[in-house]
Design a protein. Structure first.
Length: 364
């Protein structure tokens, strides 16, 4: 079959499956690249079109199963392999955010929902009376016994030396058995270098915040793209450090907090930048071992629900987060811990997120 323009939306592969080869005069990505180079400005393509096109380009993170991504992560030496394995085993791409303020209740809630979740996210500084050693030891024991990964949502963002010291203490306390911490990109590469310095606690990883779920926040499309570039540069330096044999090295960024990989890709395409940089960012984004976490998720509440809505948060359903925005793991707080039966709510979210994931990976 001969066509003028290959929109790169999957027709080539679909035809190939029926033994028909597609020949095109040009492809959509080439047309976009030329237009961008000539104008050095973003091409106005509707977001849904961008997402459709980039979904194809981002195959590694949009159609590979978590099982395949576990194998890939192990092959490239990423500590994410363990989390992909847990997700596969528990059939769960759910992260519960336990934002309770009483230590006992935090531990009880975790025990109640642990079999449904792959990750437990905490804000240690919302817990009344602080977190003592007994609590942190109990928390890490739960993480090991009940097979989940701990995520400390500290949103770090200081110079390298400070973030290295912060990571050391996290590794000695809250993340003594490993886990992840969130960080902002505001201070540049230094924060990642401090957090991912492998000379201490190499099993403590970092998620970089690329987008936030609060309405009208300051993380513009340009910021998202620049933050992603910060991670890309860090990873290139980390790769070079490990092969140089100088005895100093950094681990790769574990993943990101955003609406999802497709939403980030759309922001990259909408931002001003040279075509070569855009292509490099999209390729980096498609790495199968990277994790894409997404907050701001709730199932629709019944009409009879009278609870106040939160004007500082925006919510969408698990299916929209996973299939439209391209999230791997949804983060759910009040949708679970504020419910009368948190274990039943966690199961509802686990199922909704897992079904959405299965739909996502079934698209070729
Ligand atoms: P919720 O109860 O499901 O709205 O809780 C969401 C959690 O995710 C909460 O702990 C927030 O601090 C966290 N969060 C978020 O809501 N939005 C963001 O952009 C980031 C984190 Br980053």
């Amino acid at each position: 079959l001969v066509v003028f323009c290959d929109r790169e939306a999957g027709a080539r592969e679909a035809l190939q499956a029926q033994d028909v080869s597609l020949h095109s005069v040009c492809s959509l990505s080439k047309v976009l690249a030329v237009l961008q180079q000539q104008r050095n400005s973003p091409v106005p393509v509707p977001v849904h079109e961008m997402k459709k096109n980039t979904a194809h380009q981002l195959r590694g993170v949009t159609t590979l199963t978590f099982e395949d991504r576990a194998k890939h992560a192990a092959a490239v030496g990423s500590t994410n392999a363990r989390l992909f394995e847990i997700m596969t085993e528990k059939q769960s791409n759910l992260c519960v955010s336990v934002d309770l303020q009483d230590k006992e209740r935090v531990l009880e809630l975790i025990e109640a929902v642990a079999s449904k979740v792959a990750v437990v996210k905490l804000h240690l500084d919302v817990i009344r009376g602080g977190t003592n050693t007994d609590f942190l030891v109990a928390l890490n024991k739960l993480a090991q016994d009940l097979n989940f990964v701990l995520l400390i949502d500290r949103k770090l963002g200081d110079i390298g030396n400070t973030s290295r010291l912060q990571k050391q203490v996290l590794g000695e306390t809250a993340l003594s058995t490993g886990g992840l911490v969130t960080a902002h990109a505001l201070a540049g590469q230094g924060t990642l270098e401090g957090l991912l310095d492998i000379s201490t606690h190499p099993d403590v990883g970092a998620l970089l915040i690329l987008q936030m779920s609060s309405p009208v926040n300051l993380l513009s499309k340009g910021y998202t793209s620049a933050a992603l570039e910060t991670a890309m540069r860090h990873d290139a330096k980390a790769t070079a450090s490990l092969s140089s044999g100088e005895g100093h090295g950094w681990a790769q960024v574990n993943g990101f907090i955003s609406k999802g990989v497709l939403s980030v890709a759309a922001n990259v395409l909408e931002s001003t930048g040279a075509a070569s940089k855009t292509a490099a960012l999209l390729e980096y984004l498609s790495a199968a071992e990277k994790l894409h976490f997404s907050p701001g998720v709730q199932l629709p509440t019944p009409h009879t629900d009278t609870r106040p809505t939160d004007p500082t948060q925006t919510y969408r359903t698990p299916n929209i987060a996973i299939n439209d925005d391209g999230a791997d793991i949804i983060i759910v707080g009040r949708g679970i811990y504020s419910q009368a039966d948190p274990a039943a709510a966690a199961e509802q979210y686990r199922l909704a997120a897992w079904e959405a994931y299965k739909t996502k990976v079934s698209h070729e």
